[in-house]
Design a protein around this ligand. Structure first.
Ligand code: CTP
Length: 401
């Protein structure tokens, strides 16, 4: 599976902010993800970073001036605008934001933004007070109303030495937002996909929990893949070590009961529910209000009670997908769960097989459909598995409108 950015035409506009150095990393990440990156440097940006820097790894000409006779834009100033599948302005200074809000076209970048029909994404970077200024708020609001995606700014340390809102969002996170915008015409556009991930934690006392080995990677991969196919994606995440996927609405939960309540609320009336979470089947009947001391007793007996089955109980999603991590009798167990849980698809994997265990970035799965179709997939990345599952989901959806 190629990355969602593979062979996509990205115009990256860089304006004059100290955050321009982050644009070097962003351009590099875009190139590594397979995008064709055309860089436009504003005059201000050229004070911070050079055309040579970007040319060295995009292997394409860098546009610095609309009136440069050697510039591609000088020959056909709308060429890049037409070729672009997305125009990203990162960092976008307060001045550039104001120019774009007014529709000015006094340099190569603003001209390209005005001339393009591709979606535009801005990553503002500025001093906190400039961001708070009503003029800036109004300009950003105006741009958003016109369909521009504004990502950030984030809070943190600013070049002024102060802390506040004004930092450009980190390149890795921007990459996810760019993938989401590029996917806006994907086969899941217009749908909501709710995904659960991670292993729930059932507290024994304030410091101890009963949990499982789920890393959350499979569910997070499904959320990213759904986002990249244009879905509004909601992730209900049990505790994991993973960072929230960009451009996904994330709800953090702890226990199986909390996950059940979140799913019941969030999955009502949605198109798709993918239950990739490893939900505790049993939880302690009682949670001690204070830490249980080591004491003198040799054993500690905990009584457990069964948790409700979220997948079986949920009403609303038009297509339901379950995941089964098994250690034996993979196919027969999965068939049985497919039948009893009333889901459309079941994705089963043997967690003891190499490359498929918890925490791995790859998975080897079998997808079983209620229609009887069984697909045995070779070992592949979890992101790729996610797409194969969503391929089946996308085929089922039209019949469920
Ligand atoms: N699941 C759920 N609610 C639970 C337990 C599991 O919704 N209380 C979901 C999981 O998210 C998964 C599917 O059911 O999508 C199968 O989970 P699994 O643990 O494999 O199945 P169980 O029904 O718990 O069966 P067993 O533990 O006996 O294998």
């Amino acid at each position: 599976m190629k990355s969602p950015l593979s062979n996509r035409a990205v115009v990256l506009g860089i304006t004059g902010s100290i955050a321009s150095y982050k644009a070097v990393d962003l351009a590099s990440k875009l190139v590594q993800a397979g995008a064709q990156v055309d860089v436009i440097l504003s005059r201000g940006a050229s004070q911070f970073v050079t055309a040579l820097t970007f040319r060295s790894f995009t292997h394409r000409p860098v546009v610095t001036d609309l009136f440069d006779p050697d510039s591609e834009l000088a020959v056909e100033h709308v060429a890049l605008a037409q070729r672009a599948e997305i125009v990203v302005v990162a960092p976008a200074t307060v001045h550039t934001i104001a120019k774009l809000a007014l529709g000015l076209a006094d340099d190569a970048l603003t001209t390209t933004v005005l001339a393009t029909q591709a979606p535009v994404l801005l990553a503002p970077a500025m001093d906190g007070r400039m961001y708070e200024h009503p003029a800036t708020r109004e300009n950003l609001h105006k741009l958003e109303e016109r369909g521009v995606t504004v990502v950030g700014p984030a809070e943190g340390h600013l070049a002024s030495g102060l802390r506040g809102w004004g930092r450009m969002v980190e390149p890795g996170e921007l990459l996810g937002h760019i993938a989401a915008v590029l996917g806006h015409k994907g086969d899941l556009a217009g749908t909501t996909v709710v995904v659960t991930a991670g292993g729930t934690q059932e507290p024994l006392d304030p410091v101890r929990v009963l949990t499982n080995r789920s890393s959350g990677k499979m569910g997070y991969a499904v959320a990213e893949a759904a986002r990249d196919r244009g879905a509004r994606t909601v992730l209900v995440a049990a505790p994991t070590a993973l960072t929230d996927p960009p451009a996904v609405e994330v709800h953090h939960v702890g226990t199986a009961l909390e996950m059940g309540a979140a799913v019941a609320k969030l999955a009502r009336g949605v198109a798709v529910l993918v239950m990739a979470a490893a939900v505790a089947d049993y939880r302690p009947v009682e949670t001690a209000p204070r830490k249980v001391k080591r004491g003198k007793q040799e054993t500690w007996t905990v009584e457990l009670t069964r948790t409700p089955d979220i997948l079986m109980g949920v009403e609303g999603p038009r297509v339901k997908v379950g995941f089964a991590a098994e250690t034996e009798d993979l196919l027969s167990n999965a068939r049985e769960k497919l039948r009893t849980k009333g889901v459309d698809l079941f994705v089963a994997n043997d967690v003891t097989s190499p490359g498929s265990g918890f925490g791995s970035d790859t998975n080897e799965v079998i997808i079983l459909g209620r229609d009887g179709v069984v697909e045995k997939l070779p070992l592949m990345s979890k992101y790729e598995v996610a797409h194969r599952v969503l391929d089946r989901v996308a085929k089922l959806l039209p019949a469920r409108r």
